[in-house]
Ligand binder design. Structure first.
Ligand SMILES: Cc1cc2nc3c(=O)[nH]c(=O)nc-3n(C[C@H](O)[C@H](O)[C@H](O)COP(=O)(O)OP(=O)(O)OC[C@H]3O[C@@H](n4cnc5c(N)ncnc54)[C@H](O)[C@@H]3O)c2cc1C
Length: 275
């Protein structure tokens, strides 16, 4: 019998995949969906709702992608290495390769399709990843490391509360897809750009009771909305992600004021403001 909220963890073999962009779609004016493919993509493992990959971006001037490499014994320590430009992203979806199939009485013909990985990158302004995604086009290259682990859905969960800002929307979409039909789901989502609210397709939007909060990150309205929910019952699992400092009072409320055990709450800092 698994403990409440137990999340069995699968460890994956380390892998660096050299991938090519085949499409870039503005799924909302502030999100670029990047489709990646490549020979290294077969058997890409991603089963947990909050899996993440390390994405290595090209240097804006040279176009070279540098990945970390161990220093060889005797290597000159003074020799500067090219900068590694890496950021974390949620694999929004993975579609395995399909073979061509002729039409049958039951199915129309299908064409062969290579495996595809989809990343949804927020266009928040200037930053290695955001700037790259704003002008990415088919033929561009990225290197993707991981995921190293996948954590399964929590066991013995009655309902789920999802909290976050724009950076959490891809992970939250995966939670909405993976949670069993009929699970009561509440989502409190804070976005600075109202256009981010069209991120979820209708079938996902309908899975949850979603409260959209419009404003600056860290303004405290997410905390006020969380407090407004009152006490959470002992079977509600909480997942949240967003700006690291903005999560501190949320964590405090959940763990100290409401005294929820650590296993019931997973809050993850996804980015940091410079302030
Ligand atoms: C496990 C994990 C999964 C993640 N999944 C996703 C995902 O699927 N999609 C996604 O878009 N992001 C995701 N993020 C967040 C993303 O990694 C960060 O936002 C990252 O800092 C963006 O890199 P950048 O090069 O664009 O900006 P940086 O070079 O890191 O920062 C440049 C400037 O932009 C600001 N900034 C950075 N991120 C944001 C933001 N989200 N909103 C507003 N300002 C910002 C910084 O404060 C800084 O001032 C994830 C993070 C983690 C840890």
């Amino acid at each position: 019998m698994p403990a409440p909220f137990d999340r069995p963890t699968t460890h994956h073999l380390p892998a660096l995949r050299h991938l090519t962009v085949t499409a870039v779609t503005r799924i909302t004016p502030v999100f670029a969906r990047v489709t990646l493919t490549g020979p290294d993509l077969d058997a890409f493992p991603t089963t947990g709702p909050d899996d993440h990959v390390k994405v290595f971006f090209p240097h804006p001037e040279t176009g070279d992608i540098t990945v970390p490499s161990p220093r060889l014994p005797g290597a000159d320590l003074e020799t500067p290495r090219a900068e590694v430009l890496a950021r974390d992203y949620t694999p929004r979806a993975f579609r395995p390769a399909t073979e061509a199939r002729p039409a049958t009485a039951d199915h129309p013909a299908t064409e062969a399709c290579p495996a595809e990985l989809y990343l949804d990158i927020l266009l928040h302004g200037t930053g290695v990843a955001s700037t790259w995604a704003a002008s990415a086009r088919p033929g561009d290259r990225l290197v993707v490391g991981g995921p190293r682990v996948s954590k399964a859905l929590p066991a013995d969960t009655g309902s789920v509360l999802l909290l976050g800002d724009e950076s959490a929307l891809p992970a939250i979409a995966r939670w909405l897809e993976q949670l069993p039909e009929g699970t009561p789901i509440t989502a409190l989502l804070e976005v600075t750009d109202a256009r981010a609210r069209s991120y979820f397709p209708d079938e996902l939007r309908m899975r949850a009771d979603i409260l959209w909060l419009l404003g600056e990150h860290g303004a405290g309205q997410l905390l006020a909305a969380l407090r407004g929910l009152g006490p959470l019952d002992a079977h509600t699992f909480v997942f949240g992600a967003g700006e690291a400092a903005a999560l501190v009072p949320l964590r405090q409320h959940l763990r100290k004021d409401l005294a929820l055990p650590a296993a019931q709450v997973a809050l993850n800092g996804y980015w940091k403001t410079d302030a």
